[in-house]
Design a protein around this ligand. Sequence first.
Ligand code: ATP
Ligand code: MG
Length: 131
Amino acid sequence: MIKPDAVENGHIGAILEKITAAGFRIVALKKTQLTQRDAEAFYSVHSERPFFGELVAFMTRGPIVAAILEKENAVNDFRTLIGATNPAEAAEGTIRKLYATSMGENAVHGSDSDENAAIESAFHFSEREIF
Ligand code: ATP
Ligand code: MG
């Protein structure tokens, strides 16, 4: 996902360009807005964390761009491309270093396993939106 901060700041095109330049194939893509229920479900693993309320408020405050990306070793390579959760610790040239503003508002989300990628893909897209 391209998160609400990066959408607000006009970075959709630049982020998609970095993703495709890094060798990912876009198999599904849409601009949409998460409801409170969507965001709570999507980030349910963090429901007991102190920042959960802030995270849900942020993720629902404006549109996001959801994508399914395909590549060999996609989960690890995408996390390398986006950089550390905290943009202050993200490597030079990573998407979060370039476009994130803070630990909470960090421009992009990446799935943390193939299993969660499949769950998150089904969360955002129906079969007929995947090519
Ligand atoms: P994401 O799952 O969004 O790709 P991540 O895997 O790098 O990010 P997680 O630990 O899964 O990091 O945290 C999910 C999201 O919760 C972070 O991207 C960030 O937006 C928010 N978050 C995590 N830790 C904090 C924190 N200490 N303070 C505020 N927000 C946080
Ligand atoms: Mg995560």
